[in-house]
Design a protein around this ligand. Structure first.
Ligand SMILES: [Zn+2]
Length: 171
């Protein structure tokens, strides 16, 4: 993912990708993206993720209104995580974004259990104390646990939201 840059909010990114920005704002953003490698990569990444999530939503058999909302929320979580990670924000932002994505699919109790198990198996004392260097193992463990508890498609949903986002120390 590109670095957080260039003043677009997560909401604005998702609206742009979904064609929901007004015409003027959309034209300005398109002009910028055409000339900016970083933003073009972000745009292409979000379009790709959205398309994968659309395919997954068919397998998950959401009812249609639910599907659009969940895809929207997952893409929003992805851009928020990418922005937070590259801005050097706390990894708790990432854990909370993942929580917000898993909860509607697995329920609150299962979600908390999965997040706690993943944190413990990475050596963190609890889900608030996952360290930046533990992010990738945490996401991997979480995927494995969710796969067991809620099925492979839900695990892939989470993976699609969190893939290639790296919290790095000392940013
Ligand atoms: Zn840019």
């Amino acid at each position: 993912m590109s670095r957080f840059a260039h003043e677009y909010s997560a909401e604005q990114w998702v609206d742009f990708v979904e064609g929901m920005l007004d015409r003027e704002a959309s034209a300005l953003m398109r002009d910028h993206i055409t000339g900016c490698d970083q933003c073009r990569l972000t745009y292409e990444d979000l379009v790709l993720s959205r398309s994968h999530l659309e395919q997954l939503s068919l397998r998950l058999s959401f009812i249609s209104a639910e599907a659009s909302e969940r895809i929207h929320n997952a893409v929003l979580a992805r851009i928020r995580m990418a922005q937070a990670a590259s801005a050097g924000e706390s990894i708790t932002v990432g854990v909370n974004q993942l929580r917000s994505i898993i909860e509607p699919l697995c329920g609150q109790a299962t979600t908390e259990r999965a997040i706690l198990s993943a944190a413990l198996s990475c050596g963190a004392a609890n889900s608030d104390q996952v360290e930046t260097r533990q992010w990738m193992p945490f996401v991997g463990q979480l995927g494995t646990i969710v796969d067991t508890l809620c099925g492979a498609s839900v695990a892939q949903w989470i993976w699609e939201t969190a893939r290639d986002i790296h919290w790095e120390e000392g940013l």
